[in-house]
Design a protein around this ligand. Structure first.
Ligand code: 0DB
Ligand code: ZN
Length: 318
């Protein structure tokens, strides 16, 4: 809408109190943030599958109802993810040209998932058992937006090993945005904040210990079937484990890895995604891309390069 920038507040899915950048027009307030790139727009899909839906509006600058929560979280975490990429890599939105970000919430009925559809982010409400509204987790929102970043960079094909790399990049940056945004509660699990509200301590995936949820944690255990586009959400865990070891360090499969921290993990994988990975990269080519990125950033004989090689050795990717 055409209006004035305004500041408001909201209550998110996890009852978190957040500030919101809004637009005021014709006496109403819209979830339209004009302060970031070409804008962040949050829509209501009204529990239909017609997206984007209607731009979210209210008659006050505070969005505090239960119905508002999913929209508040989507709007807030999209802004946080925008800020992460801008502040960390000087990247202006997912295309680095300020592309507008669009979120639709209340998609479908009891919809237990979320996705990037090539043009926008879409969030289900969950059925209240498997999920609560998925925009409530910053790692999920940043996961979806990272698919958009990847599509304008390496554009890794979403199947087989390239698809698993695509997935892993989204889990890695979803987790890194979580560490930046909520450092006190951040972890290397994926989707934990919105997954199974009746069970504590579980998640969709674990980067630190993929086997905790039955996912492969080294290349000899990779899934070779055809489900899930050839296991893109399963085999991503092999690269996730390597990424975890690069950041946090550890001994795995008798290999000692010296951690170099989250910021260097992000710098290395961002450079790999923007400079070396291509749409058809497989795991072995990803190792070369990540080693090259670390070498460019820190030197061929650096600890970072040693750490990357050790991490890929540990997960048995040559
Ligand atoms: O972005 C993605 O990779 C996932 C997109 C899945 C999707 C793809 C195409 C059309 C519709 C949905 C969504 C997420 C995901 O990892 N989904 C997994 C796990 C999952 C979520 N809900 C499920 C329901 C049933 C089975 C598996 C799932 C999947 O779809 O496999 C990412 C973070 C959290 C949700
Ligand atoms: Zn994904």
């Amino acid at each position: 809408v055409d209006g004035e920038n305004a500041k408001g507040t909201g209550v998110g899915v996890l009852k978190d109190k957040v500030d919101l950048d809004l637009t005021s027009a014709d006496g109403k307030f819209y979830l339209q943030d004009n302060t970031r790139g070409d804008g962040i727009f949050t829509y209501n899909a009204n529990n239909s599958e017609d997206i984007p839906g209607t731009l979210w509006s209210g008659d006050k600058k505070d969005f505090t109802s239960k119905e508002d929560a999913a929209a508040v979280s989507a709007h807030n975490f999209a802004a946080k993810t925008f800020d992460y990429y801008k502040d960390t890599f000087k990247r202006n939105s997912y295309d680095n040209k300020g592309a507008a970000l669009k979120n639709s919430v209340h998609y479908g009925s009891d919809y237990n998932n979320a996705f990037w559809n090539g043009s926008q982010m879409v969030y289900g409400d969950g059925d209240g058992k498997m999920f609560i509204p998925l925009s409530g987790a910053v790692d999920v929102v940043a996961h979806e937006l990272t698919h958009a970043v990847t599509s304008t960079e390496s554009n890794l094909t979403y199947e087989g090993e390239s698809g698993a790399l695509n997935e892993s990049l989204s889990d890695i940056f979803g987790t890194l945005v979580e560490f930046k945004t909520s450092p006190d509660t951040a972890n290397y699990e994926v989707g934990e904040a919105v997954y199974t509200p009746d069970q504590d301590g579980d998640a969709l995936r674990s980067m630190s210990d993929p086997a905790k949820y039955g996912y492969p944690d080294d290349y000899t255990k990779r899934y070779k079937g055809s489900e899930d586009n050839g296991g893109v959400h399963k085999n991503s865990s092999i690269i996730n484990k390597a990424a975890y070891l690069i950041a946090a360090g550890g001994k795995f499969n008798d290999v000692d890895v010296k951690g170099v921290g989250n910021d260097k993990l992000g710098a290395i994988f961002y450079k790999a995604n923007t400079s070396y990975l291509t749409s058809s990269s497989n795991f072995s080519q990803a190792r070369q891309a990540v080693v090259q990125a670390a070498s460019d950033l820190y030197g061929a004989d650096s600890q970072e390069v040693k750490t990357v090689n050790a991490a890929f050795d540990a997960v048995k990717v040559k």
